[in-house]
Design a protein around this ligand. Structure first.
Ligand SMILES: Cc1cc2nc3c(=O)[nH]c(=O)nc-3n(C[C@H](O)[C@H](O)[C@H](O)COP(=O)(O)O)c2cc1C
Length: 452
C-alpha cells in the first residue's frame, strides 16, 4: 500500500488569497468572501473530495511594505480587506460532518486567556474538528495596530510563543479533569469543584485563573505550524502535529521536512508521525491540453505587482525599489525568513529575478503549480511525496470555486484509483482522523500538563 496523500485547502477570509489579480477572472467568486453561502459551498465541495481540512490563513495587518504604504495592497486586494477566520467555522461545521478546520491565530496579538476559551468553544461546537495554525506574524503594520512601534524581533517572537503555548496547554489540559462535569440534576451538582483547578503561570505571560470552558473533545486543538527558519523548526519540532511549508521545488522542501522530523525525534517525539503539508496549486482538467489552456487563461488575469506586494510583506523587502531584472539577494531582517530563503539560498541551483518572482507567486504563491489531466497531476503529486517525505498538500486556488471543485471531482478519483487516497473519512475528531486519537500524544509538550 503506497503512502496515502492528504489534502488541505488553503483559504483566507479575503479576496483571491494567494492568487492576486485572479479576482478579476469572470468566473471567480472570491469577492463573495463576506457572505456565508460562499463558505458553506466551499466546505461542502471539500468534503465531497474528502479533504482532511480547510486551512484558513490570517493576517492582522496590511501589506504596506511594497511602495512604503498600503496603496498597492488596497488597489490589488492583496489580502485586504480581510475578515476574521474563526467566525466562519461554526456555519461551515454545521454544513459538514467531517471536514477539519485549521484556523490561523496570531498569538502576538491575542491575550491567551480569552483565546484559549475561544478555541475550546470552537472545539465544542465543531465536535472536535478544530486545529490552530500557530503564527507569530511578520508585518510591522500588525504591531502598529496593536499599539506597538514595530513587531518583536524574529527569534524573540518564537521565545514569547513558547511561553504562550505552555500557558494555553495548562488551560486546555490541566484545569478541568475529564470527570469534573457530572451534570447531576437530582443532586443539583453540575461541576465537582475539587476536579477543577486554578492555573498559575509566571513567565512572559502571567495568569492565575480557572479555564472557563469544560473539556472539549480534543482539549488542545490540533497544532499546525508554518515557519521553517531555525527558530521556526525548533518550535515546530516541539509543538507541531502538522507542519505547513512552502517552497517552489522538491530541492527546497525535502531538507526542511527531514530537519523538522530529526529535531522532533531529538525531543523524544515521533518525527515521522508529524504530518507535513506543502503549498501547491493544482490546475486540473480532463486533458493535459485543456488544463494548459486553463492556466494560460488564468495567467491573463494574474497580477505580478499584487504578488510582489505579498512577497514584500512576507520578506520585509520593498520589491518596488528593485529593478525587475535584478536577481533577488538574501538579507536578514525581522520579517518571516523562509519566503526569502525560498528564492535566494534554499536552492543553490536556482536564482530568481524580481520579475520571475512576481510571475511565479501570482498564481498560488511560492509553491509549485501542478497542471494537467488527473493522471498528470497525480504523477506530479506522487513524485513530490516520494522525493520530499511530505504527507500531502496545502492546495491554494487560482479561481474560486472551480480550482477546488476540479480537485474534488477529477483529481481525487484518480488518486483513489492509485490507492493513494482514502475512500471514506474515518469517524471522530480531527485528531482521531489524522492520528487515531482524540487527545495529544503522550510525548507532546501539552501532555505533561494533563489533569490526571
Ligand atoms: C503555508 C504557509 C502558510 C502560512 N500562513 C500564515 C498565516 O496565515 N498567517 C501568518 O501570520 N503567517 C503565516 N505563515 C507564515 C509563518 O507563520 C511564518 O511567520 C513564516 O513562515 C516565517 O517563519 P520563519 O521565519 O520561521 O520561516 C504561513 C507560512 C506558510 C509556509
Amino acid at each position: 500500500m503506497p503512502k496515502p496523500i492528504r489534502l488541505n485547502a488553503f483559504e483566507m477570509n479575503c479576496v483571491a488569497h494567494q492568487s492576486p489579480g485572479l479576482w478579476r477572472h469572470p468566473r471567480d467568486r472570491s469577492h463573495e468572501y463576506n457572505r456565508l453561502p460562499y463558505w458553506i459551498e466551499l466546505a461542502q465541495t471539500l468534503e465531497r473530495g474528502l479533504f482532511d481540512g480547510l486551512f484558513l490563513a490570517d493576517v492582522l495587518g496590511i501589506y504596506d511594505v511594497f511602495g512604503g504604504g498600503p496603496e498597492a495592497a488596497l488597489r490589488h486586494a492583496t489580502q485586504v480587506p480581510v475578515n476574521d477566520p474563526l467566525l466562519l467555522v461554526p456555519a461551515m461545521a454545521q454544513a459538514t460532518r467531517h471536514l477539519g478546520f485549521g484556523v490561523t491565530v496570531n498569538l502576538s496579538f491575542e491575550p491567551p486567556y480569552p483565546f484559549a476559551r475561544r478555541m475550546s468553544t470552537l472545539d465544542h461546537l465543531t465536535e472536535g474538528r478544530i486545529g490552530w495554525n500557530v503564527v507569530t506574524g511578520y508585518l510591522d503594520s500588525a504591531a502598529k495596530g496593536a499599539g506597538r512601534d514595530r513587531q518583536t524581533a524574529h527569534d524573540d517572537r518564537y521565545a514569547v510563543a513558547e511561553d504562550y503555548m505552555e500557558l494555553v496547554y495548562k488551560l486546555w489540559e490541566g484545569s478541568w479533569a475529564d470527570d469534573a462535569v457530572v451534570a447531576d440534576k437530582a443532586a443539583g451538582l453540575f461541576t465537582r469543584p475539587e476536579r477543577v483547578r486554578r492555573v498559575a503561570h509566571e513567565g512572559h505571560f502571567r495568569l492565575d485563573a480557572l479555564h472557563l470552558s469544560e473539556p472539549s473533545p480534543q482539549r488542545t486543538p490540533v497544532i499546525y505550524q508554518a515557519g521553517t527558519s531555525p527558530a521556526g523548526r525548533t518550535f515546530a519540532a516541539r509543538h507541531a502535529e502538522c507542519v505547513f511549508m512552502s517552497g517552489p521545488s522538491k530541492t527546497v522542501v525535502a531538507p526542511r521536512v527531514a530537519a523538522i522530523r530529526e529535531l522532533a525525534a531529538g525531543l523524544g517525539r515521533d518525527g515521522a508521525g508529524i504530518l507535513m503539508f506543502t503549498l501547491a496549486t493544482a490546475i486540473v482538467a480532463p486533458t493535459d491540453a485543456a488544463a494548459a489552456d486553463l492556466l494560460a487563461e488564468y495567467r491573463r488575469y494574474a497580477d505580478p505587482e499584487g504578488a510582489l506586494t505579498l512577497m514584500s510583506g512576507w520578506t520585509g523587502i520593498d520589491f518596488s525599489r528593485l529593478d525587475p531584472d535584478e536577481v533577488v539577494e538574501h538579507v536578514q531582517n525581522e520579517a518571516g525568513r523562509s519566503a526569502l530563503e525560498n528564492i535566494t539560498r534554499a536552492d543553490p541551483g536556482r536564482r530568481w529575478t524580481v520579475r520571475e518572482v512576481g510571475e511565479h507567486v501570482s498564481i498560488g504563491g511560492i509553491g509549485p503549480i501542478f497542471v494537467g489531466s488527473p493522471t498528470t497531476v497525480a504523477d506530479q503529486m506522487e513524485s513530490w511525496v516520494e522525493e520530499t517525505g511530505i504527507d500531502g498538500f496545502n492546495l491554494a486556488f487560482a479561481v474560486r470555486p472551480e480550482t477546488f471543485a476540479a480537485v474534488s471531482d477529477l483529481l481525487v478519483p484518480e488518486l483513489q484509483r492509485r490507492g493513494r487516497y482514502k475512500s471514506a473519512y474515518a469517524e471522530g475528531s480531527l485528531r482521531r482522523k489524522l492520528f487515531g486519537r482524540d487527545r495529544v500524544d503522550d510525548s507532546h509538550a501539552a501532555a505533561r500538563h494533563r489533569f490526571v
